[in-house]
Design a protein around this ligand. Sequence first.
Ligand SMILES: C[S@@+](CC[C@H](N)C(=O)[O-])C[C@H]1O[C@@H](n2cnc3c(N)ncnc32)[C@H](O)[C@@H]1O
Length: 283
Amino acid sequence: MSDQQEETSGPQSNLTKDGPMVFVKHLTEYEKYRPDYSEKGVEMILEEIMLPKETSSSSLKYEILELGAGSGKLTELVAPKIPPGYRYLATDISGDFLEMLKSKSLPVETATVNASSIPIPDNSVQNILCASCLHWFCDDKSLREIHRVLVPGGKLISLTYCEQIDEPWFKEIENQWAEACEMLRKTLLTDVYTSDFAELKPMDSCSFFTAVRRECIPGKGITPGLDSILNYLNTLSCYVYLSDDVREAFFSRLKQKVYTQPGVNPENMTIPFVDHFHVFLAK
Ligand SMILES: C[S@@+](CC[C@H](N)C(=O)[O-])C[C@H]1O[C@@H](n2cnc3c(N)ncnc32)[C@H](O)[C@@H]1O
């Protein structure tokens, strides 16, 4: 067992010393129950990637570096559409996730990479893509690394799906969700993780990137129904982190709330999703 996978002690036995590794425990479910990205979101990424370059660098090695690519849910939508000659390196901190990505036989190179230490020379990447992962490494160390490998004027592009919490029954879950997130934050042994997926506030105070585009578009979402929602929640780090009995207790409270909400049919209920799109330029 590596340092990163070392188990921490305590009542929540699913904890690992390095947060992201927790996803690996639910790889198949992750791939199956997480939403896909909207066609519009993919279109906007391609549009940004294919805009004429403002700067060119003789040291350029990749037109696209994807960080935190996971099982390749975005990679499989973007890679087949990039122009011939574009070099695309898809990476993740987790080798297990990358194995799943590789099994999709996409036209990309792959490597295990931690965003806080990217094994690529300075000024060698035109665009960095992050799909629902920048919140895991939106800290000074990783942002400096990202900036270092980008060519001047290169882009950090982020697309993140996010639930829209307007329904009254969903408001009921919100509190328990916040409780689970707080438990996650306390146990991650890192303050890098931010649950602020939508705004990515830490980027506002980052002096070496400028935000040039922020949009929120309708997302793809998941299949309607309480089971589908529970399957989705079960893939979220804040729930994965809980021990089985704590998670079960959370879910049974949630079901109780849903079944007692007037006018809610558990078979039809759904969570609307939006995709948040951000582009930051490397100064
Ligand atoms: C919510 S998943 C998103 C995966 C994929 N991009 C997607 O859209 O399905 C977050 C991913 O970030 C990766 N990750 C977390 N911290 C990381 C880090 N420091 N460096 C690189 N990848 C990281 C995790 O292993 C995981 O694959």
